[in-house]
Design a protein around this ligand. Structure first.
Ligand SMILES: Nc1nc2c(ncn2[C@@H]2O[C@H](COP(=O)(O)OP(=O)(O)OP(=O)(O)O)[C@@H](O)[C@H]2O)c(=O)[nH]1
Ligand SMILES: [Mg+2]
Length: 230
């Protein structure tokens, strides 16, 4: 399958990032890149000490961090993405990568909905937003997803075709909508999901963050659909 690079966008995750990086099975992943977005804490130092390659992106946003890793990170044949707050279980890396290793698909989404989510790890707003978005994607593009989870794998060649651009939390839906539009071979696998282990929530843990991310995601879906129809 070639070289696997794990990308972890991280903002103020010093309390969790070390354990996350250390828990990654290095027989599955060749290099771990933590993209620090101007953390005020020791995220970068802790990640580096745990064995990650650290990149810094001054432009805020989850997507900006991912784009930085694609532009300036180490070469890869397959990219894996995961959160830095300990919510995703690094032990699921093998499960996420397996369909790509078998050559069956170009992209795998780790679904927290079909997997085991700890009580409270997915808030009601998040669960509803996921459900609604997935219904819209199925209606508009005929592809069934159950989740927009952060834990996912994609081949470099497929990712390049998607021409990713969203600098923020539209990143995950952008990848899934474009994959559907372009007819990528894709699948979902169940993954575990836990409440963030420590640190401050930036998105789903607070209502404003949830609604902002939700609005951005829905706007992306409707705008992609609108542009396609014109
Ligand atoms: N690089 C970068 N990473 C971010 C930014 N905001 C959040 N992150 C990271 O993206 C991941 C997801 O953010 P979270 O705050 O965990 O969002 P969430 O999972 O929806 O909500 P909680 O787990 O409740 O906090 C984490 O690894 C964060 O550190 C950002 O502006 N830039
Ligand atoms: Mg989180």
């Amino acid at each position: 399958m070639g070289r696997v690079v794990l990308i972890i966008p991280a903002l103020d995750e010093a309390e969790t990032i070390g354990a996350v990086v250390q828990a990654v099975d290095r027989t599955e992943v060749d290099e771990i890149v933590v993209v620090d977005n101007g953390s005020a804490d020791e995220t970068a130092a802790v990640a580096a000490a745990a064995g990650a390659t650290v990149l810094t992106e001054s432009r805020r946003g989850y997507g900006s961090a991912c784009l930085k890793a694609l532009r300036e990170g180490p070469p890869a044949d397959v990219y894996l993405f995961m959160d830095g707050d300990g919510s995703d279980d690094p032990n699921d890396a093998a499960v996420v990568l397996a369909p790509i290793r078998r050559g069956e698909v170009d992209m795998v989404i780790g679904s927290r909905v079909s997997g085991q989510a700890e009580a409270g790890a997915l808030t009601p707003v998040q669960a509803f937003g996921n459900w609604l978005t997935c219904r819209l994607v199925a209606k508009f593009w005929g592809v069934t997803y159950t989740d927009l989870g952060p834990f996912r794998g994609i081949t470099r060649s497929a990712l390049l075709k998607l021409n990713m651009a969203d600098p923020d939390f539209g990143w995950t839906i952008e990848m899934q909508v474009k994959a559907a539009q372009q007819g990528l071979r894709l699948c979902e696998v169940p993954v575990r999901y836990r409440c963030r282990r420590a640190g401050r929530s930036k998105v789903s843990g607070n209502l404003i963050g949830s609604f902002q991310a939700g609005r951005r995601i829905l706007m992306y879906v409707f705008s992609a659909w609108w542009h396609e129809r014109r």
